[in-house]
Write a protein that binds this ligand. Sequence first.
Ligand SMILES: NC(=O)c1ccc[n+]([C@@H]2O[C@H](COP(=O)([O-])OP(=O)(O)OC[C@H]3O[C@@H](n4cnc5c(N)ncnc54)[C@H](O)[C@@H]3O)[C@@H](O)[C@H]2O)c1
Length: 261
Amino acid sequence: MRPPARDPQTVVVTGAATGIGRATAVAFARLGCWVLIADRNAARAEETLALVRAAGGDGRVRALDVTDLADLRAAVDEVVAERGRIDVLVNNAGRPMAIRIEDIDEAQFDAVLDVNLKATFFACKYVIEHMLVAGGGAIVNTASDMGLVAGLPNQPAYVASKGAVVLLTKALAVDYAEQDIRVNCVCPCLTDTPMIDDFLATQFPDDAERAKVKAELHAIQPIARMNTPAEVASAIVFLGTPASSGTTGVALPVDGGFVAR
Ligand SMILES: NC(=O)c1ccc[n+]([C@@H]2O[C@H](COP(=O)([O-])OP(=O)(O)OC[C@H]3O[C@@H](n4cnc5c(N)ncnc54)[C@H](O)[C@@H]3O)[C@@H](O)[C@H]2O)c1
């Protein structure tokens, strides 16, 4: 008999300066966790740290670009040296790119895949090396409904990257199930975060048109609104804690019914 999984104490969240990552850091903080807020936006990450402390947790900011793999490994090793182990890794940093395949070049393709897939892959590798020594842990990747259904036009690199994250999640879940390392992912559809606002700003410079398009986005999901970052964070916390101890290799839509429809 294996011992029961312990409640998480040390959590690493990439892309935790804003949006879903910030909400996830705060949600783990409410459980009393110590959270590494890993993001390239150090100023916004400091704001997240203040929210983490206000929520009853603690942690620190680690400024990094997840595509710098040597620094990503260093950030993981630092946490293990400081905290003894990593209980939960949340690979959440991500970026969209609205460009059709006839217009994209190799550098643009790499820019999307390097963040969404390659950094996720290697963060899993670096953390799993430690989790094998520690005797277990949980990884939650932020994929997308667009990794389950190609419901987003004009984003082939993004859709390909998120589809790959879904199957990477399942591959690792199978490989490490016996070592008590659970690997799952969440698949949001539309979540009201700065990513959406930044994306709309690049596509619709006119304020009135942008507001109209955002209202139309709210109507896309069957629940007739976008999800909140906190709603996605709740699913991530579920998959990262012993509440889901029997679950691994799952791609959980948090999408207001989008895939079901
Ligand atoms: N918002 C949505 O509708 C939606 C839907 C499906 C999936 N997602 C996914 O959710 C995740 C979080 O997105 P969000 O909506 O909260 O967006 P967001 O823009 O609010 O947050 C993304 C965070 O990732 C950080 N980041 C980006 N590239 C980085 C890099 N190279 N190194 C370090 N940090 C980096 C950003 O600084 C930012 O803090 C992403 O993986 C995104 O693809 C979002």
